[in-house]
Write a new protein. Structure first.
Length: 564
C-alpha cells in the first residue's frame, strides 16, 4: 500500500527510483546546509534563515554555478532556464521532476508544453520549497547528516495570502521543539501534527517505531515524500512506510488530535500543534482556517485539550513535549484588585497523576500577537482585509479579558506509581537566552527529581557544585560582608539564584567530603541557629538547588548516568 504517495497538488512519492535519482543529484551538487552557506556567504545565508531573500539574490546575480541554479529555484523561488536546471541535475529529467510535483514550466496551468519536449530556453518555476536540513545541536553520532525537506512555498517566496492547507516548512518553532526534545532511546514515539516531518526525522534516530499524524492529507503527502527522499540517511526502505506491513517503522495517519491513536500507548510524544489563537466566527468551516497553525477551537483551547488528554496515550513514565500559546487573563484577586498571572490557566489544565512543567519563554500583547500572525499568512497585503482581521483579533481577546499571550515549552510526564516518579508540577518564566539544545538538560532535571523523590532526606548525602556554576558577590565599598550573593548557571536554563548567607556557606563547602547533614549542623553552630526550623529550611533550599542543577549528588553511581 502507498497511502499518501499520490495526493493531488502535493509531491509524489510512488517511485523510489526517481527519489533516489534526485537524492543522488542533490548530493553530488553539495546541496547541503554547509554547501549553500559557502555559496552565499555568511551574511546572505543568515538573512535567508530569516526569510530575507534579497541578499541571496544579490550574492548569486552573476553566478553560473550549477548549485546557484538550484538555490535560485527552490530557495529563492526564482524562475530558471530548463537547460540550466538540466545541467545542474543530470541524473533526473525535467519531465521526471514535473512528475514528482516539484517544478512546472512557465506559464503553467492548462497550457503546459509537453514536458518531454521542453526546449533549453524554456523557463522553469518551483512548485515547492525544497531545502537542505542538518542536525542542529544534536549528538556527535548524528553530526554531518544531510537531509532535504520539501514544503509549500512561504509568504516571502510567493504572492498573495497562503493557501488554507499550507504545509509549513522548517520554522523557528519546529527547530525549537527539536532542540528541547529529550533524546533517549524509546520503543514507541508519536509525532502529533507532523507537518512536513521535521520531528519525525529526529525521532527515527532514537525510537524503534514512530506514528506520525496530521489533519492535513497534503501534509502527510509531504512527509512521505521527505522520508523516502532521505531514506538512505534515515535508514528507511519503502516497506518501512507500508501501511500493510505490521513491522513498519513509520505509520502515517490522517486525523485530528488523538483520534488516530485512541487506545495506544507511547513512551514519547512530541507535538508542534496548531496552537495559534485565532478569532473564530459563527458558521466557520475548517476550510476557512490555516490548518498548519489554527486549531479550530476558541482561545487557547487546543493547547488545554492536549495537556488534558495527552497523558491518556502515555505509557507509565512516558513523556510528552510540545510548544504552545496560552492566554494571560486579567482577573480579580482576593483583595479585589485586578491582576494577570501567566501561570493561572496552565495550572488548571494538568490532570492528576501527571507532572507538568511549563516554561514561558515570551509574552506579548494582543496587538503584537495579531500583527505577528496576520503578517505570517500575508494577510496584510489588502488593507481592508487586514483591518477586518485585526479588529476580529482585538474583539476576540477583549471578550475573554485577555491582556497577554504567552509562548513556551510544555513537558508532561505520566506518573509511574510503582517507580515513584514525582508528580509536582513547575511553572517558570525564563525570558533570557538559554543553552541550546536544551533537551539533555531537561532530561537531567527529570533524573534529579527522581533521585530526590527516592531520597526524602539529604542528611546523609554528599553533594558537589556543578561545573558550570559560578558565584557572584556584591557589596558596597568598605562593607564587611556582601549584601547580595548570586549563584549562576552557565549552561542549561542558565538560572540565577539569590542566596542567603547560610545557603552560600553550604554551597561553598559542598566539595563531596562532608554530608549535607554535617554541613547544616556546622552552619547552625557557626550562625548560632541551633534549631530544627533552621535545618529544615536550609535542607529545603538545598533540595531546590539539586533539582535545578546547581548542586549534584557526589555518588559516582549517579554521576555515571544512573539514577539510584
Amino acid at each position: 500500500m502507498n497511502d499518501f504517495a499520490t495526493v493531488p497538488d502535493a509531491p509524489q512519492s510512488d517511485s523510489m527510483a526517481l527519489l533516489n535519482a534526485l537524492a543522488a543529484d542533490l548530493t553530488a551538487l553539495k546541496y547541503t546546509v554547509d554547501g549553500v552557506s559557502a555559496l552565499l556567504g555568511s551574511e546572505a545565508s543568515d538573512a535567508l534563515g530569516r526569510d530575507q531573500i534579497v541578499p541571496a539574490l544579490l550574492a548569486l546575480q552573476f553566478s553560473t554555478n550549477p548549485l546557484a541554479t538550484v538555490v535560485r529555484l527552490w530557495l529563492l523561488a526564482e524562475d530558471v532556464t530548463a537547460d540550466a536546471l538540466a545541467a545542474a541535475l543530470p541524473g533526473i529529467s525535467l519531465a521526471q521532476l514535473i512528475a514528482l510535483g516539484l517544478i512546472v514550466p512557465v506559464p503553467g496551468g492548462a497550457s503546459l508544453p509537453d514536458p518531454a519536449n521542453l526546449s533549453g530556453a524554456a523557463t522553469i518555476r518551483a512548485v515547492v520549497d525544497l531545502r537542505p536540513y542538518g542536525w542542529p545541536g544534536e549528538t556527535s553520532e548524528l553530526a554531518g547528516t544531510d537531509l532535504w525537506v520539501a514544503s509549500d512555498l512561504g509568504a516571502h517566496q510567493r504572492p498573495g495570502v497562503l493557501r488554507r492547507d499550507h504545509v509549513l516548512g522548517i520554522g523557528q518553532a519546529s527547530l525549537t521543539l527539536a532542540q528541547c526534545t529529550i533524546r533517549r532511546v524509546v520503543g514507541r514515539a508519536l509525532d502529533l501534527g507532523t507537518g512536513c516531518g521535521i520531528q519525525l526525522f529526529h525521532l527515527l534516530h532514537h525510537a524503534s517505531t514512530v506514528v506520525a499524524t496530521d489533519i492535513s492529507v497534503r501534509a502527510l503527502a509531504f512527509t512521505r515524500f521527505n522520508l523516502l527522499l532521505n531514506a538512505a540517511a534515515l535508514g528507511l526502505s519503502e516497506t518501512d512506510l507500508d501501511a500493510g506491513n505490521p513491522n513498519a517503522r513509520v505509520s502515517l495517519r490522517l486525523g485530528s488530535l488523538l483520534a488516530p491513536v485512541v487506545g495506544e500507548k507511547f513512551d514519547l510524544v512530541v507535538s508542534n500543534p496548531p496552537f495559534v489563537i485565532t478569532p473564530r466566527h459563527l458558521g466557520e468551516q475548517s476550510v476557512d482556517q490555516f490548518t498548519y497553525r489554527d486549531g479550530g477551537l476558541a482561545g487557547d483551547a487546543i493547547v488545554e485539550t492536549l495537556v488534558r488528554e495527552l497523558p491518556a496515550v502515555l505509557a507509565p513514565g512516558g513523556i510528552a513535549q510540545m510548544l504552545g500559546n496560552w492566554e494571560v487573563v486579567e482577573q480579580e484577586n482576593s483583595a479585589g484588585e485586578k491582576e494577570a498571572v501567566w501561570r493561572t490557566r496552565p495550572m488548571q489544565w494538568s490532570p492528576d497523576g501527571v507532572q507538568a512543567w511549563f516554561i514561558q519563554r515570551e509574552q506579548v500583547s494582543p496587538p503584537a500577537y495579531a500583527e505577528t500572525w496576520l503578517q505570517d499568512a500575508s494577510q496584510g497585503r489588502q488593507q481592508n482585509d487586514y483591518l477586518r482581521a485585526y479588529t476580529d483579533y482585538m474583539h476576540d481577546f477583549a471578550s475573554r479579558q485577555v491582556v497577554g499571550i504567552g509562548f513556551g515549552y510544555i513537558l508532561l510526564r505520566r506518573s509511574e506509581r510503582q517507580g515513584g516518579l514525582p508528580t509536582e508540577s513547575h511553572f517558570e518564566e525564563i525570558l533570557y537566552p538559554i543553552e541550546q539544545p536544551i533537551g539533555s538538560y531537561l532530561a537531567a532535571t527529570l533524573d534529579r527529581e527522581q533521585w530526590l523523590s527516592a531520597h526524602e532526606s539529604l542528611w546523609l548525602e554528599r553533594l558537589v557544585v556543578a561545573e558550570d556554576v559560578t558565584e557572584e558577590r556584591h557589596q558596597k565599598p568598605g562593607a564587611e560582608h556582601p549584601g547580595v550573593i548570586l549563584l549562576r548557571q552557565g549552561a542549561g536554563l542558565r538560572r540565577t539564584n539569590l542566596m542567603s548567607t547560610e545557603l552560600a556557606g553550604f554551597v561553598s563547602a559542598s566539595d563531596g567530603e562532608l554530608s549535607a547533614g554535617q554541613l547544616i549542623t556546622a552552619l547552625a553552630a557557626l550562625l548560632e541557629r541551633d534549631d530544627a526550623a533552621f535545618a529544615h529550611s536550609l535542607e529545603a533550599e538545598v533540595r531546590n538547588l539539586v533539582r535545578d542543577g546547581f548542586l549534584l549528588p557526589a555518588d559516582p553511581f549517579y554521576t555515571s548516568g544512573h539514577v539510584s
